[in-house]
Design a protein around this ligand. Structure first.
Ligand SMILES: Cc1cc2nc3c(=O)[nH]c(=O)nc-3n(C[C@H](O)[C@H](O)[C@H](O)COP(=O)(O)OP(=O)(O)OC[C@H]3O[C@@H](n4cnc5c(N)ncnc54)[C@H](O)[C@@H]3O)c2cc1C
Ligand code: SF4
Length: 667
């Protein structure tokens, strides 16, 4: 198909990174084309809402195509009816695939076999990568939570200050350069927050100035939840690892008052979808980009190859495949060209596309991959979850999913010995941690005890777990007795989530599957994922101890269930192989994914140690830029997207500068 227009820039991906670049270049009169693999952004979100209501598992991905479950595919071996990713055009990993992580007909990723016979505490074990993403118009922010924290200056100097990981190019100077871009990013997202409420926190991290002097958030802070108040009242005068801890309201990408979109109505559905779009998602920026009149989007266009000019090593075009969403058939292919190219397909699909583009004479290992760093250093915030019942009712489920956190443990001298973490205070009861309200309801209807509240037992503090001592074990209730009992439990449920910093490890990587493809014949990602370092495992030990101390301070009863012992050595069937359980120092743990997929095409100081320079331009091809969290050299201690947005605005400035240089050399 012949290209109708001349474009200055082609961008692959319409998530927040791609949309921000398109908008910033479009505003400056540059002509931009976005290739988007997924379907078009719907005119309203009611169809996604309907899919969500119908889904029997409410996962982050459940509202979005391709469907996470297909009742027609349900078999004894595949009870959830996970669709075959080999028959989907833009399949992507979903959390439902974690337990079917080695079944190629149910899991999009291909995984390495386990390396021989392993003990339960072996650091050599391969795990499922537990974080997911979307391939739809607008990308993964459709189901993000909206937490919009900045990184802190010491995040950029992990090697020189703490002797682990790597420094970002320029170290703390990189942070200083980011500050004005952080301000622009909070404006673009419309973050609700209060600089005053965060001043004590940020001045405590080495006394660094973290906000521009005249800057404050564009929206007033969202009210803290009633759950937060319980923590704020009781987590006082506590010191962990020589660091004072206290709660801080979280800056968040949702409207605290009516603006271009509606005000948050506080009904705790932010993941997987905000029904009223009070929460920011990238379709907001994409719409702004389209309104410039300079940006075009081609949906259902899957980038399949990046062409490289053999004489200049410049990118000369991007090949794509189109498909029909109804029949699933491929409908054509073509090539788009521009002066500059940006890949914004997120940290699994971007390296996959670079590695797929290997039919180039000078780059047989893939585009931008002379360093062999493409796909390596895959990271996530591996999460430890703990849960408890508060002493008195605290009424979770009112307000967004999380409105505060304990941030002070994001930095300190301990960071030389173990990973730092931030602690997110959940507002969704035990929904994430223990599959409630369903588990507890089923317990008191069917006379079970999966929630541990319906029979005698003791928790991590040695306290009795049975909620109502007057009831027999495994009680079956109905009518008022049932509702009163459930009300007593649901109104007290609290949860903490520890976002544990993972180290860059070149063995953790995305490669191309040798055997598995999607419906378009494109290779699926092969993922190797280990948690090798005691440095990271030590943080789980710490998180477990800290949780119990915090619940003690609240007078709460902790219910955190120890994970099952990991199993790595089943030879005759893959059914019981452990996907996310590990053992450390005699304790069993389960880790959860945070959705913060980072590090697979990292930024660095040399062509040998990295894929892009600090301008986010590939070392190998000066007209190719890579954006998104794949460029982060380390995962740091905060959720990534505000930094993705800040760096995307910075990349747009760099691309504009380079485009203007090209223009003036032509005239
Ligand atoms: C459950 C969950 C909660 C989260 N909560 C938070 C939070 O509170 N705070 C935070 O900071 N972060 C959060 N995140 C992370 C956040 O969602 C991501 O960091 C962010 O959305 C990534 O944006 P991106 O533009 O880089 O990628 P994406 O938004 O994933 O966009 C990539 C785009 O590229 C397209 N694409 C992929 N392959 C191709 C191809 N071959 N051709 C054409 N197009 C292609 C995709 O369809 C997609 O539209 C969360 C993530 C999850 C999963
Ligand atoms: S609490 Fe409800 S209205 Fe507010 S952002 Fe979340 S889903 Fe949207």
């Amino acid at each position: 198909m012949a290209q109708e227009k001349n474009y200055d820039v082609v961008i692959v991906g319409s998530g927040i990174a791609g949309a921000i670049i398109a908008y910033n270049l479009g505003k400056q009169g540059k002509k931009v084309l976005i290739l988007e693999a997924g379907p078009k952004v719907p005119a309203d979100r009611s169809n996604y809402m309907k899919t969500f209501f119908k889904a029997n598992a409410k996962t982050p991905e459940s509202p979005y195509p391709p469907s996470t479950q297909d009742p027609n595919s349900s078999t004894a071996d595949n009870p959830l009816g996970l669709p075959d990713p080999g028959k989907e055009n833009t399949p992507r990993y979903t959390v439902l695939q974690i337990d079917s992580w080695r079944k190629p007909k149910q899991c999009y990723f291909d995984y390495q076999d386990q390396p021989g016979v392993l003990s339960p505490d072996s650091p050599d074990a391969n795990f499922a990568f537990a974080s997911s993403y979307e391939r739809i118009g607008g990308g993964t922010t459709w189901h993000w939570l909206g937490t919009s924290l900045r990184f802190i200056p010491n995040d950029f100097v992990m090697k020189s200050k703490y002797g682990v990981g790597v420094d970002w190019p320029g170290g703390k100077a990189f942070y200083d350069k980011l500050v004005p871009y952080y301000e622009k990013a909070t404006d673009e997202i419309g973050v609700a927050g209060s600089k005053q409420q965060l001043d004590k926190l940020y001045s405590g991290f080495d006394g660094q100035q973290t906000f521009g002097a005249d800057y404050d958030y564009p929206m007033p802070a969202i009210d803290e939840s009633l759950v937060d108040n319980d923590f704020t009242t009781h987590v006082k005068n506590m010191t962990i690892d020589n660091t004072e801890i206290y709660t801080t309201p979280t800056p968040q990408g949702r409207n605290s008052r009516p603006g271009e979109r509606r005000q948050c109505a506080g009904n705790t559905n932010c993941i997987p979808i905000c029904p009223i779009q009070a929460k920011y998602d990238a379709t907001v920026t994409l719409a702004r980009a389209l309104q410039t009149g300079n940006v075009d989007v081609l949906y259902q266009h899957v980038a399949s190859n990046i062409q490289v000019d053999v004489d200049t090593d410049q990118i000369s075009g991007i090949d794509y495949i189109t498909y029909d969403t109804q029949t699933g058939d491929s409908t054509g292919n073509g090539t788009v060209t521009a002066t500059k190219y940006v890949i914004a397909a997120h940290a699994i699909e971007t390296p996959k596309l670079l590695l797929m583009s290997k039919n180039n004479v000078n780059f047989p290992n893939g585009v931008a991959n002379s360093s062999d760093q493409v796909g390596r250093n895959l990271m996530d915030h591996i999460m430890y979850l703990s849960w408890a019942l508060a002493k008195n009712p605290v009424y979770p489920f009112r307000g967004p999913l999380s409105t505060s956190g304990i941030e002070t443990l994001r930095d300190g001298a301990f960071r030389a010995d173990r990973s730092a973490y931030r602690i997110e205070i959940g507002n969704e009861g035990w929904q994430w941690a223990a599959n409630d309200p369903f588990t507890t309801l089923a317990d008191f209807v069917f006379g079970q005890n999966n929630s541990q509240t319906n029979a005698a037992g003791t928790g991590p503090q040695g306290k009795s777990l049975k909620f109502n001592p007057d009831l027999p074990d495994n009680a079956q209730l109905f009518g008022d007795a049932l509702t009163q009992n459930l009300n007593g439990i649901f109104t007290r449920q609290i949860r903490l989530g520890y976002l544990i910093e993972q180290l860059p490890n070149p063995k953790n990587r995305v490669e191309l599957s040798d055997t598995l493809t999607d419906n378009l014949g494109l290779p699926r990602p092969k993922v190797t994922y280990k948690i090798e370092e005691d440095y990271v495992r030590n943080a789980f030990t710490s998180a477990k101890e800290v949780s119990t101390q915090i619940y003690d301070a609240l007078g709460a009863t902790e219910y955190t269930k120890p994970a099952d012992k990991p199993v790595f050595n089943v030879t005759d069937t893959d059914k019981e192989l452990t996907s996310t359980n590990f053992q450390y120092k005699g304790e069993n743990y389960k880790f959860y994914g945070a959705g913060h997929i980072v590090g697979t095409y990292r930024m660095g100081t040399t062509k040998e140690n990295s894929v892009v320079n600090e301008r986010q331009q590939t070392w190998d091809h000066s007209n190719l830029y890579l954006v998104g969290s794949g460029i982060f050299p380390t995962i740091t201690t905060a959720n990534p997207t505000l930094t993705i947005a800040a760096l995307a605005i910075n990349a747009a400035d760099n691309i504009l500068e380079d485009l203007n240089k090209t223009d003036s050399s032509i005239t």
